[in-house]
Design a protein around this ligand. Structure first.
Ligand SMILES: C[S@@+](CC[C@H](N)C(=O)[O-])C[C@H]1O[C@@H](n2cnc3c(N)ncnc32)[C@H](O)[C@@H]1O
Length: 255
């Protein structure tokens, strides 16, 4: 799997390439990162990648031509490396919200070309011609697409086979099917009493079924409080057991 990232700030991507879980996996060849700077695809002496917006208004707009040339070069390199043509994804606040199912789908693919916008955004003609999908990190505006692209790369790479060891397994994380798409339960580690607060008793019981039930109920409680939409989704998918439903009823009753 390879991510090709079009960015004016390639150095920002050393974070996922060199550090932590994703850095270790990159070093092991489990995924590959290639950055492409649109400035390397300009023909003027100033290496211009942006210009003023037609119609006036503040800020600058990224020009279509350097981005288009960079996309073509990236796809050509992928073909030369026997990788399939990758979908072109623009990080944009106007895109569809990036989520765990999208990360799973990307992890099962050969990767993607990620386009990082800057300034006021990207000339729409580039988007119409080259972009297959727009992804947003959330309802806020970043200064550039790099932080969003880093999030997409990190969330995807940690799902690749063998990237996380058993202790770090993504299976039990929030949003995953193994958790019925619910939020994760709280975690505790040593000491047993910290600042006068003890670890919840079921976690110390050594009784696996009781521990699993406690974690499930904490997941249900947290999800019902913070993300009732995920409870509805799990219910619609048939992922809630009769025991789960009984517990949710006790929550509604103020239990
Ligand atoms: C300052 S923003 C442009 C915002 C744009 N004028 C708007 O209001 O929708 C510059 C770039 O940051 C990136 N960006 C900003 N917020 C983002 C978000 N929530 N998700 C993904 N990318 C984002 C996009 O690539 C965007 O082109």
């Amino acid at each position: 799997m390879r991510f090709d990232v079009l960015t004016l700030f390639p150095d920002m991507f050393t974070v996922v390439r060199d550090l932590g879980v994703t850095g270790r996996a990159h070093g092991q060849g489990k995924w590959n990162l290639q950055t492409w700077n649109p400035r390397d695809f300009t023909s003027d002496v100033h290496r211009t990648v942006d210009d003023r917006p037609y119609g006036g208004g503040p800020g600058m707009v990224m020009m279509a031509a350097p981005l288009a040339a960079a996309v073509q070069a990236a796809q050509a390199r992928r073909a030369a490396d026997a990788l399939p043509t990758a979908p072109v994804i623009l990080l944009s606040p106007t895109g569809r919200r990036f989520d765990q199912p999208r990360a799973h789908a990307l992890a099962a693919s050969a990767g993607a070309l990620l386009i990082c916008g800057r300034y006021e955004g990207v000339d729409q003609r580039f988007i119409d011609r080259y972009v297959d999908e727009e992804l947003s990190l959330g309802d806020f505006v970043l200064s550039g697409g790099e932080l969003a692209a880093l999030a997409v790369v990190d969330a995807t790479v940690r799902l690749l086979p063998g990237v996380l060891n058993d202790d770090e397994s993504a299976v039990q994380d929030s949003f995953n099917p193994a958790l019925s798409g619910l939020l994760d339960s709280p975690h505790y580690t040593r000491p047993e009493v910290y600042d006068g607060v003890a670890v919840p008793a079921p976690l110390l019981s050594g009784h696996h079924a009781n521990i699993a039930r406690w974690r499930r109920e904490q997941s249900l409680r947290l999800t019902a409080e913070r993300r009732p939409d995920l409870i509805e989704l799990a219910r619609a998918r048939g992922w809630l057991t009769p025991q789960d439903e009984r517990f949710l009823k006790t929550l509604l009753a103020g239990g």
